[in-house]
Write a protein that binds this ligand. Structure first.
Ligand code: NCD
Length: 308
């Protein structure tokens, strides 16, 4: 039987398709509770710690909402200021302390590999809420859930990933999951922000159908899902390099005129300038419902990891 009980969630690649499908199914059961229509206390007495060393609105708040909607409690911090990290405490010491206070830990940290390290140190399950340019597995789960809800299935859909494919952890995680689900993957980015070669190689080894586009409008014509991302300014070693690519793509009404009728546009958010607000009122725009789906999906995950 598939079980996620006590499992660390560090990379999407460590979940099987069956496990992912179990989470998505459980998320459906959570919907009325996520909307506040039904009350549940299945996580009563459990405590979630949210350790956020990088800015976050959606990931942290939707985890907190998810925990509270299921009757659990939340502790944590949203920046390292105000914690003993400022006195020089190491991440592993912080984790060893927090595991004494909580039943499950969500960590967001600028260093790639930090969540893995935390999981090795912690006897309590650790969920990766984003580790630098590495992975963001729970974002991927809600992205998959959104595609499934909006388009019925993930299999054989053409998903175009647009933007910062080099530093974007959301697209790194999502690409692996799309390969697992036999979706077709389209890639469009400024030339300096291409998907890392090693990820492309992994995807090909998994048998994924991948197509790189040089023109955004060609990609849009073929897409079932257009997954737009922000250029990850904070990851550029040199601000001048960021300035060269800033504003280099933007989705506005005009470029969508040849899009498929049922195209959905997603974005992990925050958006900076990549999607013009005039797109928000079109039937294609799904990024706000996508951010809401973070709640039932994270509820499902907390329940499956904490109680099975
Ligand atoms: C993303 C992240 O933190 O990687 N945000 C999120 O979790 N929804 C995307 C981003 O910051 O651009």
């Amino acid at each position: 039987m598939v079980s996620l009980k006590d499992k660390d969630i560090i990379s999407i690649r460590e979940l099987t398709r069956e496990e992912i499908e179990l989470i998505l199914k459980e998320a459906d059961n959570m919907l009325p509770i996520a909307r506040g229509e039904v009350y549940s206390d299945i996580l009563k007495g459990k405590i979630l710690a949210t350790l956020f060393f990088e800015p976050s609105t959606r990931t942290r708040m939707s985890f907190e909402t998810a925990m509270q909607r299921l009757g659990g409690g939340v502790i944590g911090f949203s920046s390292k200021e105000g914690t003993s990290i400022m006195k020089g405490e190491t991440l592993s010491d912080t984790i060893k302390v927090v595991e004494g206070y909580a039943d499950i830990i969500v960590l967001r940290h600028p260093a790639e590999g930090s969540a893995r390290l935390a999981a090795e140190v912690s006897s309590k399950p650790v969920i990766n809420g984003g580790d630098g340019a590495g992975q963001h597995p729970t974002q991927t789960l809600l992205d998959l859930y959104t595609i499934k809800k909006e388009l019925g299935e993930i299999e054989s859909k053409k998903v175009v990933l647009l933007g910062d494919l080099k530093y974007g952890r959301t697209v790194h995680s999502l690409a692996y999951a799309l390969a697992m689900f036999n979706a077709e993957i389209g890639l469009v980015s400024p030339p300096t922000l291409r998907m890392p070669e090693e990820i492309i190689n992994d995807l090909k080894e998994m048998g994924a159908k991948i197509k790189e586009y040089s023109a955004l409008k060609d990609a849009i014509k073929e897409a079932d899902v257009l997954y737009v991302t922000r250029i990850q300014k904070e990851r550029f070693p040199d601000p001048a390099e960021y300035m060269k690519v800033a504003g280099s793509y933007k989705i506005a009404l005009k470029i969508l005129k040849d899009a498929k009728e049922n195209l959905i546009i997603m974005h992990p958010l925050p958006r900076v300038n990549e999607i013009d607000p005039s797109v928000d009122v079109t039937k294609h725009a799904k990024y706000f419902i996508q951010s809401f789906y973070g709640v039932p999906v994270r509820m499902a995950l907390l329940k499956l990891v904490l109680v099975g």
